[in-house]
Design a protein around this ligand. Structure first.
Ligand SMILES: [Zn+2]
Length: 92
């Protein structure tokens, strides 16, 4: 019975080490110094509005790009545009 407890503890330590090794490898694949200050893409995958909720994405009616609704330029017709320039171009 005493050995069973030690076996469980040893197993837990081995699993913990393997997870630590895996996360260390994932963290260091970005490179050696050169790209260390580049932000990870997954960090900015979801933009958060001021109240902490995920922001609604809209599509530019001119170029089709998706962007947060807070940055949208809204036409009188209700269409969303990514910039004032695209709203202007689309009105012709
Ligand atoms: Zn656009």
């Amino acid at each position: 019975m005493k050995y069973l407890i030690w076996l469980v503890v040893l197993l837990a330590v081995v699993v913990w080490f393997q997870r630590a090794k895996k996360s260390m490898l994932a963290g260091s694949d970005a490179g050696d110094g050169a790209a260390a200050d580049v932000p990870k893409p997954k960090a900015s995958r979801f933009r958060r509005s001021a109240d902490g909720n995920a922001e609604t994405m809209v599509q530019c009616a001119h170029c089709g790009i998706h962007f947060p609704v807070s940055e949208a330029v809204v036409h009188a017709s209700g269409a969303h545009y990514c910039s004032e320039e695209h709203r202007h171009l689309a009105s012709f």
